[in-house]
Design a protein around this ligand. Structure first.
Ligand SMILES: N[C@@H](CCC(=O)N[C@@H](CS)C(=O)NCC(=O)O)C(=O)O
Length: 208
């Protein structure tokens, strides 16, 4: 079986989602550091791997994959894990993935990027994003009020994707205290075998 290679940068939330899914599925992977500050993601050799010029990318033999949500679905399918069991569960997983990439990810990642100095924006812009993040967190909290995980009773890649958003809320100064169900669910995710924090799952440099 070909070895999977993940391309990314350790500070990247979408790269974390792919690395976390691999870790939870017990799959080893090689890692290529993409130096965003040096513009490596816009160079022809990287664009040949990910036409969008973003991280992450995942290479599996001749297959070059991008977009973290799509990568998560690919991994779930390839390894037969965390993808939902029935056609309905699989559809619900996809629904959560499309929703989080629209409503949750950008509105958590951008305040984080502003607070960490990766992105410049005035307070109005920051407040716009955090307002939308809180709207999304309310939806997530309500969904988790009566359910251990987002789809069914077992963790799926929908949980991986949403966890890979809310894990950065604190760095964006978004308070999770009003969301007790989200916090309890985060603790459940953090107890899963193979769980690692982003600093631990993604190497800082290339790794075999
Ligand atoms: N929707 C994409 C978002 C990927 C993304 O925004 N990656 C950032 C790093 S966290 C990036 O590559 N930024 C550089 C750029 O967009 O030019 C995914 O989930 O994979």
């Amino acid at each position: 079986m070909s070895k999977l290679t993940l391309y990314g940068i350790w500070l990247s939330g979408p790269t974390y989602k792919a690395g976390l899914a691999l870790s939870l599925m017990g799959q080893p992977f090689a890692y290529k550091h993409v130096d965003l500050r040096a513009g490596a993601h816009k160079q022809p050799d990287y664009l040949a791997i990910n036409r969008f010029g973003q991280v992450p990318a995942l290479v599996d033999g001749d297959l070059k994959l991008c977009q973290s949500g799509s990568i998560l679905l690919y991994l779930a399918d390839k390894f037969g894990k965390m993808g939902g069991k029935t056609p309905e569960e699989k559809a619900r997983v996809r629904e959560w993935l499309f929703w989080e990439s629209d409503r949750l990810a950008p509105n958590v990642y951008r305040p984080r990027a502003i607070k960490r100095g990766f992105m410049k924006a005035d307070d109005n812009v920051y407040n716009l994003y955090t307002g939308l993040a809180n709207d999304a967190l309310k939806v997530l909290d309500a969904a988790l009020a009566n359910s251990s995980f987002l789809v069914g009773n077992e963790p799926t890649v929908a949980d991986v994707a949403a966890y890979g958003d809310v894990a950065y809320a604190e760095e964006g100064a978004i308070d999770l205290d009003p969301y007790a169900h989200v916090k309890a669910w985060m603790s459940r995710v953090e107890k899963l075998p193979g769980f690692k924090k982003y600093e631990d799952v993604l190497p800082k440099q290339d790794a075999a």
